[in-house]
Design a protein around this ligand. Structure first.
Ligand code: UDX
Ligand code: UDX
Ligand code: ADP
Length: 464
């Protein structure tokens, strides 16, 4: 089937950028992105494209080019479903916060709602594509819902997990390492081929991989688990480096040159964040346990345990170094996002480090080039460990990094934004309390230079 009309349910970090690229590369396809969130859709439609709700390098130009031509953003979910031949489900699948599997399993209520809505609206055959990261065998549940509530309409389900990373979404979508499409290889070849054809407009055929549905679903969880595991592995070594005089950056270089290991994803840090890693590993652990595979579950859970430890260790080092008390002291946070070049803060290490230091009665001054005050406060409210009033008393969000650092007892770097390297560190030093401590949770600053300026500088995984 030649696809000319696509709908994507969910206008978030995955749905928005992915559909913008499909629209750009396939001018013959009408792409409509829908969301229940009225404010979010309004932002995607904002006349000033710099106001789109997601900050991603290059994204606003893409949207400016395609929007109104063959890319549309709307809250009319039913109309978009009705018109589309192919429907991508790109809604969020957070960790369950209640009931069975609380704190571990993926909450599939939004997915189920989508399936039910598709079933009730569809009047002709549809291809339904899972884009969100899902537990293995979710397609079966979706298929059941669709087949039992549809009006005799045929549904074909494909799994097409997205591997883009935030901050590099546009590049990742334009030049993917691979595109993975899972389907029922016997009966649904045609559906599978029609999705392959869409990607073939810009992705070389040999990079478009087709597998069975379950391999595709499980590959996505596996990829995220392996990537997160690398970060936890190098972070585990960072603690040992600090005790032994080895330098974790040197370690990363040395092991990364082994082609079997490879150089990427070996940066020691204050801990990984983001909407995927922790959620997907916990989900994997839950799935393994549900099959009684306790060793498999324990093996992967350790990746998250190590990450929690790394975040706590960073925070407690700050307290210990500041003479075992930060009560009433100003500590400046440079960075709040979970990584550079994004305004996303979900599961950011900054949140936990801040929480820890607030418990120690510190005053936190936050500066992040892309994160606004409202989001910082929301992130802490979400932890549910103190009232909004206490949060507002404990944290000040600044729009100027120099103001954030003024009179601070210590600076903690939580995100690796490039601009931090270019700051006038001498000026920052002059305006701080002495001794002036810097805790570089991302190893972005030049240790020698910082020490020569007078800072007491500590990085992750080295003793300078
Ligand atoms: C290893 C290291 O590779 C080498 O760099 C170091 O100097 C010594 O230890 P070796 O033990 O000789 O070398 O063999 P290697 O190829 O690493 O295999 C080790 C074991 O892992 C073997 O039993 C191998 O069958 C197994 N293996 C390896 C797997 O089961 N799967 C794999 O994908 C790779
Ligand atoms: C990840 C996967 O990379 C992507 O393929 C998947 O589709 C979604 O999840 P994302 O969470 O956007 O993407 O960012 P990623 O670059 O993977 O970083 C995740 C976290 O790990 C960040 O907090 C980052 O700072 C941290 N990280 C990454 C490290 O601490 N060290 C590293 O070497 C790499
Ligand atoms: P991701 O990072 O996976 O893209 P986001 O949370 O950024 O996740 O985006 C998911 C989007 O899906 C949200 O904007 C949310 O409002 C939307 N959404 C969730 N359920 C539905 C639904 N049933 N219909 C339409 N949109 C939905």
């Amino acid at each position: 089937m030649k696809i000319t009309s696509i709908c994507c349910i969910g206008a978030g970090y995955v749905g928005g950028p992915t559909m913008a690229i499909i629209a750009q590369k396939c001018p013959h396809i009408k792409v409509t992105v829908v969301d229940l969130n009225v404010e979010r859709i309004a932002a995607w439609n904002d006349k000033d494209v710099t106001n789109i709700p997601i900050y991603e390098p290059g994204l606003s130009d893409l949207v400016a080019e395609a929007r109104g031509r063959n890319l549309f953003f709307s809250t009319d979910v039913e109309k978009a479903i009705d018109e589309a031949q192919m429907i991508f489900i790109s809604v969020n699948t957070p960790t369950k916060t209640y009931g069975l599997g609380k704190g571990m399993a993926a909450d599939l209520k939004y997915i189920e709602l989508c399936a039910r809505q598709i079933a009730s609206v569809a009047k002709d055959n549809k291809i339904v594509v899972e884009k969100s990261t899902l537990p293995v065998r979710t397609a079966e549940a979706i298929k059941n819902i669709l087949d039992n509530t549809g009006n005799g309409v045929q549904f074909q389900i494909l799994s097409n997990p997205e591997f883009l990373a935030e901050g590099t979404a546009v590049q990742d979508l334009l030049f993917p390492d691979r595109v993975l499409i899972g389907g029922n290889l016997e009966g649904e070849r045609e559906a599978l081929d029609s999705l392959v054809e869409i990607y073939a407009n810009w992705v070389p055929k040999e990079r478009i991989l087709t597998t069975n549905l379950w391999s595709s679903e499980l590959s996505k969880l596996t990829a995220n688990a392996f990537l997160a595991q690398r970060v936890s592995s190098i972070n585990a070594m960072s603690e040992l480096c600090e005790k032994t005089g080895a330098d974790v950056n040197e370690l990363s270089r040395a092991i990364g040159m082994d082609s079997r290991i490879g150089p990427k994803f070996l940066k020691a840090s204050v801990g990984f964040g983001g909407s995927c890693f922790q959620k997907d590993i916990l989900n994997l652990v839950y799935i393994a346990k549900s099959y009684g595979l306790n060793e498999v579950a324990d093996y992967w859970e350790q990746v998250v345990i190590m990450n929690d430890h790394q975040k706590r260790r960073f925070a407690s080092t700050i307290v210990q170094t500041l003479y075992n008390t930060v009560s009433g002291k100003k500590i400046a946070f440079l960075g709040w996002a979970f990584k550079k070049d994004t305004n996303d803060t979900r599961e950011s290490a900054a949140i936990n480090v801040c929480d820890y230091l607030l418990h120690e009665q510190a005053h936190i001054a936050v500066y992040d080039p892309q994160v606004k005050e409202k989001k910082v406060f929301n992130d802490l409210q979400y932890l549910d460990s103190r009232s909004l009033e206490e949060i507002e008393k404990g944290i000040t969000v600044f729009e100027d990094p120099y103001e954030a650092c003024k009179d601070a007892h210590a600076i903690a770097i939580l995100t690796e934004w490039d601009e931090f390297k270019a700051y006038d560190w001498e000026k920052i030093y002059d305006n701080m309390q002495k001794p002036a401590f810097v805790f570089d949770g991302r190893n972005v600053l030049d240790a020698k230079k910082m020490v020569s300026l007078g800072f007491v500088y500590s990085a992750i995984g080295s003793t300078n």
